[in-house]
Design a protein around this ligand. Structure first.
Ligand SMILES: *Cc1c(COP(=O)(O)O)cnc(C)c1O
Length: 394
């Protein structure tokens, strides 16, 4: 088989995990230990992750969606709660509000950054009396960090909480008004932030997620909600021993919680993966830089680069997106579209959303394409992707 056909026979996805021998060793060690779930690796992973993003508390969970769900619960989202998010995200960013019976509102994206447009959010807030809305869920889309300092100011004006969906941006940051680096999920501006460890994300644990925060009260509430709302901490018991006899066996279920626990062997994989996060982020930046340069004089529109971009995705724009997609697919490059706007999903359309509501998001959707971006993408494979993109004649 020639090198040429070998290339064409191998699939290059838009994103994928890498598992090293060290990762495998870490999982085997956990499997041979006394703990399969909620053992010492969970606390170790949480501590390492909190240190990585620069926050006080981290809570490991079964996946990013569970993390969003518990955030919404911890912030008391209910039938009377109205929350604003972006239409260009994975549906889970909005769904967490629906899980708790709340109402989802969308505001359009900024056509340059593809992020939730703070001006559109302000316009929406101004259309209603203060107190009408309760929270905002901005998303660090593609790995590009939201200016949360600006969102915090706006949120404070209107008494809103913020959940930062940072699934795309572990290691990403923005520079605040005093030029200080603010890492995604550091809890300095958002009340809560969430991450996912799905295999296409930066850090993979199979399924997995994390909430980060600096708020002790929310942290303790989340710990309870992660495990059925059950506590074994006798200082927190609400029943008196006269009413319900107590002893070392005793525990209390105080809230309606869930079982959203991550396993110890997944956490061990997470710790091992996290130890390479910075190095991998540098690879992603290098790959982005090579794409930027390769498409400089072409018809392909490249994403806005920024110092703190974490490059979960590398999104190009092309007038003939559908045919470019087909062309790449025919050459075994599996590009993807991120995302079909959430407000156009049939589930959301039942709440009155329709085509035309968010023109910037819809225009973006019509020509965006995520081409392969993952830290183990080889120079040769990337060159092949570049050649295939540039050989496409509209
Ligand atoms: C992946 C992702 C989620 C959900 O995470 P899971 O771990 O797959 O549940 C939520 N929001 C965004 C933006 C994501 O990319």
């Amino acid at each position: 088989m020639s090198i040429e056909t070998d290339k064409v026979n191998r699939i290059i996805p838009y994103g994928r995990q890498t598992i090293t021998e060290a990762d495998i060793e870490a999982v085997i060690t956990a499997l041979k230990s006394d703990f399969l779930t909620q053992g010492p690796a969970i606390a170790e992973f949480e501590k390492a992750f909190a240190d990585y993003v620069g926050c006080k508390y981290a809570i490991a969970l079964t996946n990013g969606t569970a993390a969003l769900h518990l955030c919404a619960m911890a912030l008391d989202v209910s039938e009377k709660t109205r929350v604003i998010t972006t239409p260009i995200t994975f549906a889970a960013s909005a769904n967490c509000v629906k899980y708790c019976g709340g109402e989802v509102y969308f505001a359009d994206i900024d056509p340059k950054t593809f992020l939730l447009d703070i001006h559109k959010v302000r316009e929406l807030l101004q259309k209603h009396p203060k107190g009408y809305f309760h929270g905002i869920i901005p998303v660090d889309f593609a790995g590009s960090a939201v200016d949360l300092e600006a969102f915090r100011k706006l949120a404070d004006e209107y008494g809103l909480w913020i959940i930062e969906d940072a699934c795309h941006a572990p290691g990403g940051f923005f520079n605040d008004s005093s030029s200080k680096k603010q890492k995604c999920g550091n809890g300095n501006f958002a009340d809560l932030a969430i991450f996912s460890f799905h295999p296409v994300k930066h850090i993979a644990t199979g399924e997995g997620g994390m909430i980060t925060t600096n708020n002790k009260e929310l942290y303790e509430k989340l710990l309870l909600l992660r495990t059925h709302g059950i506590t074994k901490d006798l200082t927190k018991f609400k029943n008196s021993a006269e009413e319900v006899p107590q002893g070392p066996w005793y525990y209390e279920m105080q809230e309606l919680g869930y079982n959203y626990r991550l396993t110890d062997f997944q956490a061990s994989l997470g710790i091992s993966q996290l130890s390479r996060a910075d190095e991998n982020l540098q690879w992603r930046k290098k790959i982005a830089e090579r794409y930027d340069n390769a498409f400089l004089d072409s018809a392909v529109v490249t994403p806005l680069s920024a110092e703190g971009h974490a490059y979960h995705l590398y999104v190009i724009r092309s007038k003939n997106r559908a045919r470019l997609y087909d062309h790449l697919r025919a050459n075994n490059i599996f590009a993807q579209v991120h995302y079909v706007p959430v407000h156009l999903m049939p589930y959301y359309k039942q709440f009155g959303f329709k085509k035309g509501d968010f023109p910037n998001a819809e225009a973006y959707y019509n020509d965006c394409l995520s081409i392969p971006m993952y830290h183990s993408l080889s120079k040769e494979d990337q060159q092949y992707v570049i050649d295939m993109v540039l050989s496409f004649k509209g």
